[in-house]
Design a protein around this ligand. Structure first.
Ligand SMILES: Nc1nc2c(ncn2[C@@H]2O[C@H](COP(=O)(O)OP(=O)(O)O)[C@@H](O)[C@H]2O)c(=O)[nH]1
Ligand SMILES: [Mg+2]
Length: 496
């Protein structure tokens, strides 16, 4: 094989490369972020697929890989031979089963790519070594003859599955006798929908079909393809045996080879396929943790800790000037904390698949731990004392003034005329009388203020508990879910 790399000049990266690389990186990150929440098998598969896409990109950006695929006996190997003018592929009745992939390379260096595709060196052939002078515009093409996918030997179909993601043009070969085959239609063809612009369907062995039946047959094949979601896919009638009908196939391959971005499109389609497979592991959305929800949860905890009772007893202390007993807040009962946690979880899990819900269960602390945090938070809020000193002082001042008022009339201290002293006494008594409601109002408002301050401080403390114990672990899981969801749903528009 030659080193002449006809397609892409050295050093000229294909257009769109950086976008593609960004895409690749984004999926890689999403897979990382989803670890523990997405199915382990799916993660492993996505990573393996991503590696494949990366590797395919690295080794064969300038190569166009076309693969002949289809049921056993449809004529893939015969077509390979017809296209290459060789009898290299195991075809026909003597070796009816293609055990291993074979490759023909048109004037390019493709060893790394073929290593990656798992095509043994002995199964590779260079087109240029045969027909040196022909300029057919196919330089850079790698044609693969794939093992039969519906073979009883399961190993064959795994080979096909692992190679298909790296294939730029899929040439699907149908047999006029067996084209309605269920396996081909349901499992493979319909899954190739996203690749239909880089897919060619060949109805082979048309030499065995009566010419007058041809139109009807082609129409029927077309209808079957439409039913598989492959409307508009290129369909040609060919015969490997007569080497007829192959010109349009060569033309399609020439176009694919000329189109420099075929490789990127293949890789992008593969990234989409990875996204679609991961999409089963995410929900349609995640809840927004609203302030209202945080407040509601904090209120629930406050209530089960007896905070409203404390507030009430503080208020009550304002109705009397005698010192009154103030209730103390208590850590809520475990069952109450569990109930609050359960209520939170059921809201947080809304719309999430089970595995993400399980991740939430792991991240949000257990009820007992939350209960301890509540206890610690309650201790930070000092239980206030409703001071009755000033109101009491006012009452005593009133009493003192009243006594003095009376005394200056009763006692023989004639510092003024009697009517003046009686007037003064009345004024003193009026002052003293006014002191009682003033003191009472002062007492009430002091108690009210203390109660309110305590209420808001303890609420703040409970909100802090809610934020650290519930909100932040939950938000972390929801953010991870959002990231994975937004990444994988990029493909859902096309996935149908
Ligand atoms: N009449 C006819 N027979 C064909 C044609 N292509 C392949 N065959 C025969 O179909 C059988 C299977 O062909 P093969 O290339 O091995 O199919 P593969 O299993 O898809 O690789 C062989 O007996 C071929 O000779 C064709 O265009 N016309
Ligand atoms: Mg074969």
């Amino acid at each position: 094989m030659t080193n002449a790399h006809a397609n892409v000049p050295e050093g000229s990266a294909p257009r769109g490369l950086s976008d593609f690389e960004k895409s690749l990186e984004a999926i890689g990150k999403a897979v990382d972020v989803g670890r523990g929440c997405l199915d382990d098998f799916q993660i492993a598969r996505a990573q393996a697929d991503l590696e494949k896409v990366k590797a395919r990109f690295g080794v064969g950006a300038g190569l166009t890989v076309a693969a002949l695929a289809g049921g056993t006996g449809s004529g893939k190997s015969s077509l390979f031979n017809a296209m290459t003018g060789l009898s290299f592929a195991d075809a026909g009745d003597i070796r009816p089963m293609t055990e291993e992939a074979a490759a023909c390379v048109w004037n390019a260096e493709a060893d790394s790519l073929l290593d990656m595709l798992g095509v043994r060196p002995a199964r590779r052939i260079a087109y240029e070594s045969l027909l040196v002078d022909t300029e057919d515009g196919l330089d850079g093409l790698v044609l693969l003859d794939l093992p039969d996918h519906d073979s009883v030997k399961i190993v064959h179909s795994t080979t096909v599955d692992s190679i298909l993601p790296m294939v730029d043009v899929l040439i699907w070969v149908l047999d006029p006798q067996k084209y309605a085959d269920h396996l081909i239609h349901d499992v493979y063809l319909s899954q190739m929908r996203r690749r239909k612009d880089h897919m060619i369907v060949l109805l082979n062995k048309t030499d065995t079909v009566l010419p007058e039946r041809m139109d009807e047959l082609m129409a029927d094949v077309r209808a079957k393809l439409d039913a598989d979601g492959l409307e508009g896919v290129a369909l040609y009638a060919v015969s490997a045996y007569e080497e007829s009908g192959l010109d349009p196939v060569r033309e399609e391959l020439r176009a694919a080879v000329a189109e420099k971005e075929t490789g990127i499109r293949t890789a992008e389609a593969e990234l989409d396929a990875i996204r679609v497979r991961l999409a089963n592991g995410v929900g349609r959305g995640e809840i927004e943790i609203s302030d209202a929800l945080v407040e509601q949860t904090a209120r629930q905890i406050a209530e089960t800790s007896g905070i409203p009772a404390v507030v009430e007893s503080l208020r009550h202390a304002g109705t009397t000037i005698r010192p009154s007993a103030i209730a103390r807040p208590e850590k809520p009962a475990s069952s109450m904390v569990s109930a609050t946690r359960d209520a939170w979880m059921s809201k947080a899990k809304a719309g999430l698949p089970e595995r993400w819900g399980a991740e939430l269960d792991r991240r949000v602390p257990a009820a007992d731990e939350i209960r301890r945090s509540i206890g610690a938070a309650l201790e930070t809020v000092a239980l206030p004392i409703v001071s009755t000193r000033v109101p009491r002082l006012l009452v005593w001042v009133g009493i003192l003034v009243a006594v003095l008022g009376v005394l200056q009339v009763v006692l023989p201290v004639p510092f003024a005329f009697l009517p003046v002293r009686i007037g003064l006494m009345a004024a003193c008594l009026a002052f003293a009388g006014a002191m009682f409601p003033v003191s009472r109002r002062m007492q009430l408002s002091t108690a009210e203020g203390t109660a309110e301050r305590f209420d808001s401080r303890s609420r703040e403390a409970m909100e802090k508990v809610v934020r650290s114990e519930f909100v932040s672990p939950t938000q972390e899981v929801l953010d991870r879910h959002r990231r994975v969801r937004e990444e994988v749903l990029k493909a859902l528009g096309e996935a149908g």
